[in-house]
Design a protein around this ligand. Structure first.
Ligand code: C2E
Ligand code: CA
Ligand code: CA
Ligand code: CA
Length: 274
């Protein structure tokens, strides 16, 4: 900064002290918000070729009661991970998700919801057993909750995580590989992952018009999914042109700002669908 440039011999950098203080304030804030029930669920719709809603993805937010500011995951997931608050965070999230599932608001499309997992939460016995119980206790509800994990998080995860994912898949849980194409899964690892849906990452959707390489990767991914009898979802669809291209390439389920930004449950349940 300017100040440092003018005083090159200052060892004690006031900027980094401020950074540390800001960081620790932010860290405390995040913890406070999670502890005090300021975690809220945003939903983003997924649509089919007729633009009918066929699913929602749950995207977590923290709301600050003082500023009524809404914090996106990029502001708190890294902190949750750094300080290993997964257990705390995931239990709260699951509580909200199960409450939503058991008391589905009228007006909200009657479709499955998908939650994002980063992997380690499955090692929490309380979390895992709750999810397992959800799937075993009411077989007719199996299709209502899906689990998204990134390619990277599954591959780098603990053996026990993989074992538990397999157990969940065996009782009917739908496992979605998120951000497909951005990790480094090999074919055999992919087949091992007990997933039944591949989610094409926004990065590829973004570039699909301009870049032949990205188009090719999407095509290969779609072929791969087809030959493994997996479903595909394209995320981050922003323009009709992207949707059109994806549709021509064989995509049947779409998610992105073109159809709706993530919004609170109340927004979607008060929106007159159809
Ligand atoms: P993700 O799972 O890949 O989620 C998709 C992200 O893309 C969301 O960002 C969504 O708002 C954004 N998005 C959707 N459509 C569009 C589009 O058309 N254009 C653009 N530019 N962006 C779009 P968000 O909500 O900020 O979430 C970011 C990431 O945070 C998620 O990426 C997910 O990895 C993570 N995350 C969110 N909620 C949770 C959670 O409850 N648990 C865990 N472990 N991770 C979460
Ligand atoms: Ca996701
Ligand atoms: Ca994704
Ligand atoms: Ca992504």
């Amino acid at each position: 900064s300017q100040a440092n440039y003018q005083r090159p011999y200052v060892v004690f950098d006031p900027n980094s002290v401020t950074q540390i203080r800001l960081h620790s304030q932010h860290k405390d804030r995040v913890k406070f918000l999670i502890d005090n029930n300021h975690l809220i669920l945003y939903l983003q719709p997924q649509v089919n070729l007729n633009q009918a809603i066929v699913g929602y993805e749950v995207l977590a937010r923290l709301t600050d009661p003082d500023s009524s500011q809404v914090l996106p995951p990029s502001d708190f997931i890294p902190i949750v991970e750094k300080y290993q608050w997964h257990v705390l965070f995931s239990r709260k999230l699951l509580e909200k998700v199960l409450a939503l599932l058991s008391d589905w608001p009228t007006g909200l499309a009657n479709v499955p919801i998908a939650i994002n997992l980063s992997g380690p939460e499955l090692l929490d016995d309380v979390f895992f057993e709750k999810v397992l119980r959800y799937f075993t206790e009411n077989p007719s509800l199996r299709d209502s909750l899906k689990l998204e994990l990134t390619e990277t998080s599954v591959l780098s995860s603990h053996l026990e995580t993989k074992r538990r994912l397999n157990l969940l898949a065996n009782v009917g849980a739908v496992i979605i590989i998120d951000d497909f194409g951005t990790g480094h899964a090999s074919l055999s690892q992919l087949i091992d992952m007990s997933a039944s849906v591949l989610k094409i990452d926004r990065e590829f959707v973004n570039q699909i018009e301009q870049s032949e390489r990205h188009r090719k990767i999407v095509n290969i991914t779609l072929e791969l999914a087809k030959s493994l009898a997996m479903e595909t979802i394209a995320e981050g669809v922003e323009t009709p042109a992207q949707a059109h291209l994806l549709q021509q390439m064989g995509v049947r389920i779409f998610q992105g700002f073109l159809y709706g930004k993530p919004a609170p449950v109340s927004y979607w349940s008060s929106k007159k669908s159809n």
